[in-house]
Design a binder for this molecule. Structure first.
Ligand code: MRU
Ligand code: ZN
Length: 214
């Protein structure tokens, strides 16, 4: 008799959280990761846990309607669960949603005053699904309200009018959120965006140098 082992999706979240923590993108309990299950519920990191050393018990299972299905040791779900819940509702093909805080992600959100960040036409955009020559691509930026459900409401309203060009959004002075068809694609998207953010920050310094030479 053959037996099939179905991997617990929390293991991949734990591995990716440790990797992001080591990159400095999830320090001091920052960020939250989730993965969807076949029944539409999702595992999400419990609130306030160090993302460098998560355990299987550091996750809360959320039903599609937002109610808690499973939680150990009275753990509370991430404070940003409403954003993950919205993303799964708006993008039903998504199987994972990752949110991290990086220095560059916050710097780029301050380089523009409007509600979009123009992305340079880098080859890396192909990894985010943009297959155009010399693409004109922007990333939406949202205000970092203290009430997270207000951020989620803003995202829902904006995306109804302007669907995002890439599966990602920025919350100003806070962090980036990505979603995708797998945990791997979310990890790749985070890495690609961090590369693009570093590029934007570096390019802005070059501009400053050029202007100061004139
Ligand atoms: C460093 S605290 C940051 C939090 O307020 C929040 O932005 C965050 O990303 C983590 O919240 P959490 O409730 O642990 O998922
Ligand atoms: Zn956050």
């Amino acid at each position: 008799m053959t037996s099939i082992t179905i991997a617990d999706s929390r293991l991949q979240l734990i591995a990716n959280a440790r990797y992001f923590y080591q990159q400095g993108w999830m320090v001091g309990t920052a960020g939250n990761l989730s993965a969807r299950l076949p029944d539409g519920s999702f595992w999400i990191t419990a609130s306030g846990k160090s993302k460098g050393e998560l355990l299987l018990s550091d996750f809360v299972r959320i039903a599609p309607d937002g109610t808690i299905e499973a939680s150990t040791s009275n753990s509370q779900p991430s404070a940003e669960t409403s954003i993950h819940q919205l993303i799964y509702r708006l993008f039903p093909e998504s199987q994972a949603c990752y949110h991290i805080h990086s220095i560059e992600g916050n710097l780029v959100s301050r380089l523009v005053t409007g509600d979009t960040l123009p992305l340079p036409p880098l080859e890396m955009l192909k990894g985010l699904g943009v297959w155009q020559e010399n693409p004109r691509c922007v990333m939406p930026i949202f205000t970092n309200h203290l009430a997270v459900p207000q951020i989620a409401a803003d995202i829902e309203k904006r995306f109804a009018m302007h669907p995002p060009q890439i599966p990602a959004l920025l919350i100003r002075d806070h962090g980036v959120t990505v979603w995708g068809a797998s945990a791997e694609s979310c990890r790749n998207s985070i890495e690609l965006l961090e590369y693009i953010f570093r590029y934007i920050v570096a390019a802005s310094k070059l501009d400053i140098n050029r202007h100061s030479e004139q």
